[in-house]
Write a protein that binds this ligand. Structure first.
Ligand SMILES: [Zn+2]
Length: 136
């Protein structure tokens, strides 16, 4: 996927979650490492709460990229939630199955499913509240 397309997807989900803060950005993996000191490694994406920046790998399928963007935004919005909850949140917003089934390895490891967290509508409401509270 072209990088400007990735950025468009990022802007779409930022707006959906009521994240109006211009400081919240998506950057290419190389720039993410320069800004945060953390390399992406084998991960699809990464988020840094202090710097309010996320990154994703763009050589993935369209759905994977979208889901990773939502997942990384959820890390910024819900800093105290366990990782399985973040995975389920992304699944609620974009219900796509992967090799781990409905969600991801953390969800499987801790024996949870998207049914353990609120509906898509409610998840979006929670995101908007969190964006306001955290000024994201
Ligand atoms: Zn994560």
């Amino acid at each position: 996927m072209k990088w400007n397309r990735v950025e468009r997807e990022f802007e779409y989900y930022k707006a959906l979650f009521g994240m109006n803060n211009m400081d919240v950005r998506i950057v290419r993996p190389k720039d993410f490492k320069d800004i945060t000191g953390f390399a992406l490694g084998s991960a699809h994406g990464k988020a840094d709460r202090k710097k309010r920046v996320i990154t994703v790998k763009r050589n993935r399928t369209f759905l994977q990229i979208r889901k990773t963007i939502v997942h990384e935004l959820a890390h910024l919005l819900f800093p105290t939630k366990p990782h399985w909850w973040i995975e389920c949140f992304a699944y609620r917003i974009i219900p796509v199955k992967n090799k781990y089934g409905e969600v991801g390895r953390y969800t499987e490891r801790y024996d949870h499913s998207p049914r353990d967290i609120p509906s898509k509508k409610k998840c979006i409401e929670l995101a908007k509240k969190a964006a306001k509270r955290l000024k994201l």
